[in-house]
Design a protein around this ligand. Structure first.
Ligand SMILES: [Zn+2]
Length: 497
């Protein structure tokens, strides 16, 4: 018995000797980055540092062709890795060498390099592709918006799949160069600064650059006939706004709102600290949708946002996201409150500044508008579930939670928290729990119960604040003057419709 046990042990020892201890067997990167709501979004095994997108788009037939050059670093010994992408791929090179590739699921591009990539190694992927983005469905819809004069990529969380291959999750941010050729007379709008544009043989090429880390869903592309306005802020920041030439009756109101971006960003800077990016602006394409999106440095606005006249509140919302959502991004889509609670609260602070209702009055009004049996209270803003990720409660109850925090810690600490947080996590990612810990650190108070009550309890909290609990039930508050304009921005993330 003894020597029978001894023999396999000796064999195992020989095998160990045959393989150097450092060389683990290369394995495939995970098809998802580990998100709790969207397990297949993003990918494991590598980290992207830069996207170089060289595109050509023909508005007539919605034809997009492109070459994406992606620089990345392997985070494990990789035998294979995935990109997220829905269009047709012609070829893939890794390190200049032909790589195998296969489409799996509706948005996975599985790439097998000619030889394994060692952990820590930088590598370059070149993907050549083409497609008709509006005709490609993934997750049951297309995130590409077709307009009479072109197309627009602006959606959340799914947007990149229809125009460039990527590691599609906010955890993997990168810088971008987006170069787009469009027929003369048509413009291509993207994020950041316009480095140059030039025309040749009937095509005009626009070269855009985003030099600060940017999440994939915050990258945007719009092709159409635009009127582009340019300006510079007092601090020298380039401002570029773009308006579809076909906004019709909404044109004036759109401009009267978006042209106030400099003023709004200045004011937000006083509340949230220095503006985190090197360009500013917004664009309004001729889309039939009703939502807006905080695409980095250049938010997307639907014309319908301006159907009842100007609405600066929606500009406040999307520009607030530049700090809360874009510069400091969520770690997991479950953490959506770190984006939306704050963007909505910024609208309330703007109302307070404009004398149209204080944040407390708006919070009281939201609280009184929803009786205890309203399903509104069953949505937990701190973990709403993917089906309720953009539910009104994430915004309104999410902002009420911030008012409750303000009442608990006092204005001095509250505004210190709002201003220091974006600096603390600039260009990074953070969770709801990270924010609670930070607020506890600044205020010196334990806030677990307050956060549990307002963000994680699926029922109506008994009172808006300790102050109100002390004075008993408040009488039904009056509707703040800013209510209607803020209500009109409720469709900001009602996407996919
Ligand atoms: Zn928002």
């Amino acid at each position: 018995m003894r020597h029978r046990l001894y023999v396999p042990t000796a064999a195992a020892a020989c095998l160990l000797l045959a393989i150097p201890a450092s060389a683990a067997q290369p394995t495939p990167g995970a098809p998802g980055i580990g998100d709790s709501y969207y397990p297949t979004y993003g990918n494991g095994g590598y980290d992207v540092s830069h996207y170089d997108l060289r595109l050509k788009y023909q508005p007539e037939d919605d034809g997009l062709e492109g070459t994406a050059t992606i620089t990345a670093t392997a985070k494990q010994d990789l035998s294979r890795f995935n990109l997220d992408f829905a269009l047709d791929v012609d070829s893939v090179l890794v390190g200049g060498k032909k790589a195998g590739f296969a489409k799996t699921g509706d948005h996975e591009l599985e790439i097998t390099p000619s030889s394994a990539l060692a952990s820590g190694r930088s590598f370059t992927v070149v993907v050549r592709y083409r497609g008709t983005p509006s005709a490609v469905e993934a997750s049951g819809f297309t995130g590409w918006l077709r307009t009479p004069d072109g197309g627009v990529a602006a959606n959340e969380p799914e947007s990149a799949w229809w125009w460039f291959p990527s590691n599609d999750h906010p955890l993997d941010k990168a810088t971008y160069d987006v170069s787009v050729a469009v027929p003369d007379g048509t413009q291509a709008i993207s994020n950041g600064t316009l480095q140059s544009s030039s025309s040749k043989l009937g095509w005009t090429r626009y070269n855009w650059r985003s030099s600060k880390p940017q999440a994939t869903y915050l990258a945007t592309l719009a092709v159409g006939r635009f009127d582009i306005t340019t300006d510079t802020t007092a601090d020298g920041l380039p401002v570029i706004n773009a308006y579809s030439k076909d906004l019709g009756a909404n044109d004036g109101a759109a401009r009267a709102s978006v042209e106030r971006s400099i003023e709004v960003a200045d004011w937000l800077g006083e509340v949230f600290g220095p503006y985190p990016f090197d360009a500013l602006g917004g664009y309004v394409p001729n889309v039939p949708t009703g939502y807006a999106l905080e695409t980095q440095t250049r938010p997307f606005y639907s014309p319908r946002q301006f159907a009842n006249g100007s609405n600066v509140s929606v500009v406040v919302h999307e520009l607030a996201h530049q700090w809360y959502g874009d510069s400091v991004s969520l770690k997991d889509w479950r953490d959506i409150w770190v984006n939306e609670g704050f963007a909505r609260y910024a609208q309330w602070l703007w109302s307070e500044k404009e004398g149209e209702g204080t944040a407390q009055e708006l919070a009281d009004y939201v609280y009184s508008q929803h009786p205890a049996d309203d399903p509104f209270w069953t949505v937990k803003p701190g973990d709403p579930g993917p089906e309720n990720q953009f539910h009104g409660a994430v915004y309104d109850r999410g902002a009420v939670a911030l008012q409750a925090l303000r009442n608990e810690v006092g204005d001095k600490d509250f505004f210190a928290i709002l201003k220091q947080w974006p600096t603390q996590h600039r260009y990074g990612n953070a969770s709801v729990a990270d924010f609670r810990k930070f607020a506890e650190q600044v205020s010196g108070k334990r806030l677990t119960e307050l956060f549990d009550t307002w963000l994680f309890t699926p029922s109506k909290p008994s009172a808006l604040s300790a102050r109100q609990a002390a004075v008993g039930t408040v009488k039904a508050p009056e509707r703040p003057r800013s209510w209607k304009k803020i209500r009109a921005t409720d469709s900001v993330h009602a996407h996919r419709h």
